[in-house]
Design a protein around this ligand. Structure first.
Ligand SMILES: NC(=O)c1ccc[n+]([C@@H]2O[C@H](COP(=O)([O-])OP(=O)(O)OC[C@H]3O[C@@H](n4cnc5c(N)ncnc54)[C@H](OP(=O)(O)O)[C@@H]3O)[C@@H](O)[C@H]2O)c1
Length: 259
């Protein structure tokens, strides 16, 4: 199926590794011109080299309000108007209510909800003028079923999903779709680091921690970032024009909820 993505311009934040990189790579394979953004110039260069000539790099810390407000302008100066925005980034640190400070809550809300708001403001006026746009927010399976010891992620991601759904209602008439993808346990650097932390906390080996995680997933395995990226690419496609405001789990069936 031709997804109609040839020469579309896509900005993927958190695009230097893991899910963001996999999404950028798949969009580039479908012919899109991709702008990948993250904090580390070195990681970005490596990521762009792995994607090929359809990738450009932009250093930007999503926690820095001024930097993220300038990001869309920087990308558009280099690549032209942005057709596709994928809002992604690092995950907040694990912990329960007693483990995290009010400042850490502020930081998590700023880096996730604040970043999405800034980026939406940057891209939506142009998408509205052109009558076409695709926006994805990458959140977490914890939006539908809050995870234990993940209070920052549970809280900040639910807020991003509420923003996503609200904006889908407002932007749909202008040909813009706004959806959220909720990854489950997927084999990326972040998951490695989370499982190492869990192993340290519990005194178990990392392999045992991974076995325990996968035992709770109907698919009985971790996800592959490519599986996630294929779903993201479809939601960015012409053919997905009537899919709007969804919070779609890509988690091997791990979310126990019916809806
Ligand atoms: N993998 C999973 O199993 C899983 C499950 C549920 C939810 N998620 C969520 O999905 C998202 C992506 O996960 P992942 O596994 O792909 O993580 P990852 O491999 O750690 O990648 C995170 C990406 O975000 C960038 N980043 C981190 N902090 C940033 C900041 N302040 N500003 C700009 N870029 C930043 C990183 O690059 P730099 O270091 O260069 O900034 C990197 O490109 C995360 O929010 C994660 O919590 C993942």
């Amino acid at each position: 199926m031709d997804l109609g993505l040839k020469d579309k311009v896509a900005l993927i934040t958190g695009g230097s590794s893991g899910l963001g990189l996999a999404v950028a790579r798949t969009l580039a394979e479908e012919g899109a011109r991709t702008a990948i953004a993250s904090r580390s110039a070195e990681k970005l260069e490596q990521a762009a080299a792995s994607i090929g000539p359809r990738a450009s790099t932009f250093v930007c810390d999503m926690g820095d309000t001024d930097a993220r407000e300038q990001l869309v302008g920087r990308v558009e100066k280099t690549l032209g108007p942005i057709d596709i925005l994928v809002v992604n980034g690092g995950g907040p640190p694990p912990g329960g209510f007693d483990d995290v400070s009010p400042q850490q809550f502020d930081q998590a809300i700023n880096e996730h909800l604040g970043a999405a708001v800034s980026l939406f403001h940057g891209v939506v006026p142009g998408m509205r003028r052109r009558g076409w746009g695709r926006i994805l927010t990458i959140t977490s399976l914890f939006v539908k079923a809050p995870g234990r010891n993940m209070i920052l992620s549970n809280t900040a991601r639910a807020a991003v999903c509420a923003l996503t759904k609200s904006c889908a209602n407002e932007f749909a008439r202008d040909g813009i779709t706004v959806n959220s993808l909720l990854p489950g346990y997927t084999a990326t650097e972040r998951l490695t680091s989370l499982t190492e932390t869990m192993a340290e906390r519990t005194g178990k080996s990392r392999d045992d921690v991974v076995d325990e995680l996968t035992a709770g997933i109907p698919a009985r395995r971790l996800g592959d970032p490519k599986e996630f990226a294929a779903v993201a690419a479809f939601l960015c496609a012409e053919q997905a024009s009537y899919v709007n405001g969804v919070a779609l789990s890509v988690d091997g069936g791990a979310t126990p909820n019916l809806f």
